[in-house]
Design a protein around this ligand. Structure first.
Ligand SMILES: Cc1cc2nc3c(=O)[nH]c(=O)nc-3n(C[C@H](O)[C@H](O)[C@H](O)COP(=O)(O)OP(=O)(O)OC[C@H]3O[C@@H](n4cnc5c(N)ncnc54)[C@H](O)[C@@H]3O)c2cc1C
Length: 450
């Protein structure tokens, strides 16, 4: 979704006239090892489709400024890409390489029919390039980061090509025909906080660079805008991760490390997905396949709708619904609440996030859920059950709760984290389950699985 620091665009533009093609392809099957009922695959979720619509419009506008346009199609990329390449007599097809299993399969299928040039640019490093002293792969973040850091900084970002020529006369679907926007109802009213596309990403980066010195102190506080909120731009490719790396390292040379390390987590997630392509569907540790989760549709619905009676959980789930994004600290609290307090299978939560997040990313989402669950290869231990009340007070979430749970807008600082302890608040539900009882139940289920 960008022209700057985009090696495929650069290579294609240098080689001759181009067709800038986007294919909306919902064929993203689960891997063969995915168990029932988790085999439905990973077609792009609804929130991200909203983002995609606007990012495509922005990219098309940028191409038109250069005398071209974006060609849109819908269907199987493995058929459409070779067919258009044949029609226009293309010498080569250029793309950025992706690590999702379906993307790899499609790249292979296209490469069997046309000359396919796969360029780097989605990640900071190639996952398979980070190796232990004996040539193995890392499964734990810190040693991986230490080794990966040796390859940093990445190359300085390259500007968009100064000149591009275009192949005329390739027909395109209309953007509206892709039907990416929600209708009936249109739930995207709150999404106007975002500006999808390359210009929006650049503006957000510039704004964050001015605040980056405070990142380490502010990043865990949901009540303040302490993080960059660049994740949806990264997920969609509106901006390159190398561009972000250099902008922050230049803006705050002394204090950039905590932020650069978070960018490292994104690459680490890709490393884990590369090692375990079924990480979205299969727990990293065997014992979790035996855990007796509860079948509790009502609990799941209360969690999805932000009606659990725990203010920090409800604020997070409503923020997610309203703007398609949730603060990282609150992602951990809400995820832990679902799979430990409610003892509902983490994959239900992973799916809900997938549909609701504008930054949905298979590698980061599955890593986040498996980390919280305790089932991943590099995880928090299972008996770490986030205490929603303690976390809410510790990270000073009162203003955040007031913003997203209007029923609690007038509740005092001292009551807002656990309103039921002082008689409850009219119109706001009591807690769906008590913390101690929930914790004991989760630990028991884990002990039984073991
Ligand atoms: C249960 C759960 C699910 C998650 N699902 C996703 C997801 O689908 N997509 C996604 O991009 N992130 C996901 N994350 C990671 C993290 O919450 C978001 O990347 C972060 O909140 C994005 O906000 P930001 O851009 O302001 O982050 P910043 O704090 O500004 O960090 C900068 C960038 O670093 C990367 N990053 C930061 N933390 C992480 C992390 N823990 N794992 C991987 N990358 C990270 C992101 O690309 C982010 O944009 C998930 C975390 C959890 C606990």
């Amino acid at each position: 979704m960008r022209l700057a620091d985009q090696a495929a665009v650069r290579a294609a533009a240098a080689a001759g006239p181009v067709v800038a093609l986007f294919v909306l392809d919902d064929h993203r099957p689960a891997v063969a090892s995915a168990p029932e009922p988790w085999r439905q695959g990973w077609a792009m979720g609804a929130a991200q489709r909203w983002w995609l619509h606007h990012a495509l419009a922005s990219l098309d506008a940028d191409l038109r400024k250069r005398g071209g346009r974006l060609v849109l199609r819908r269907g199987r990329s493995t058929e459409i890409v070779p067919a258009i390449a044949a029609d226009v007599g293309a010498e080569a097809v250029h793309c950025l390489g992706h690590i999702e299993p379906w993307a790899r399969d499609d790249e292979e299928a296209v490469a069997a029919r046309v000359k396919l040039e796969i360029h780097e640019g989605v990640l900071l490093v190639r996952p398979e390039s980070v190796r232990t002293g004996t040539g193995g792969r890392y499964r734990i973040f810190t040693p991986w980061w230490r080794r990966m850091r040796e390859q940093m900084p990445p190359a300085r970002p390259a500007p968009a090509p100064a000149k591009m020529d275009f192949v005329a006369d390739v027909t395109s679907d209309r953007l509206e025909d892709l039907k990416l926007l929600p209708t009936n109802p249109d739930w995207s009213g709150g999404f106007t906080v975002w500006q999808p596309g390359e210009a929006g990403a650049a503006a957000r980066l510039e704004d964050f660079a001015g605040r980056a010195a405070a990142y380490d102190e502010a990043r865990n506080m949901p009540s303040v805008e302490g993080t960059s909120r660049l994740s949806p731009h990264l997920a969609m490719g509106d901006i390159s991760v190398a561009t972000i790396w250099h902008a922050i390292a230049d803006a705050v040379p002394v204090s950039a490390e905590p932020y650069l390390r978070e960018l490292g987590w994104r690459d680490f997630a890709a490393n884990i997905l590369d090692l375990f392509p079924d990480h979205g569907e299969v727990p990293g540790r065997e014992v979790f396949s035996k855990l007796a989760f509860l079948d509790d549709p009502e609990g799941l619905r209360a969690w999805q709708q932000g009606r659990t009676g725990y203010p920090i959980v409800d604020a997070g789930m409503r923020q997610l619904w309203a703007i398609g994004w949730m603060h990282n600290r609150v992602r951990m609290i809400t995820a832990s609440f679902l799979c430990k307090h409610l003892l509902i299978d983490w994959r239900h939560g992973e799916r809900w996030f997938w549909d609701c997040l504008v930054d949905a990313d298979l590698a980061s989402n599955s890593l986040g859920w498996q980390w919280v669950m305790g089932s991943g290869v590099d995880s928090s231990p299972f008996n770490r059950v986030f205490a929603p009340v303690g976390q809410s007070a510790k990270f000073d979430a009162a203003a955040y709760i007031r913003e997203w749970v209007p029923e609690l807008r007038h509740v005092s600082e001292s009551r807002i984290h656990a309103p039921w302890e002082s008689g409850g608040v009219k119109g706001y539900p009591p807690p769906i389950i008590r913390h101690e009882a929930a914790r004991a139940r989760a630990l028991e289920a884990y002990a039984a699985a073991r």
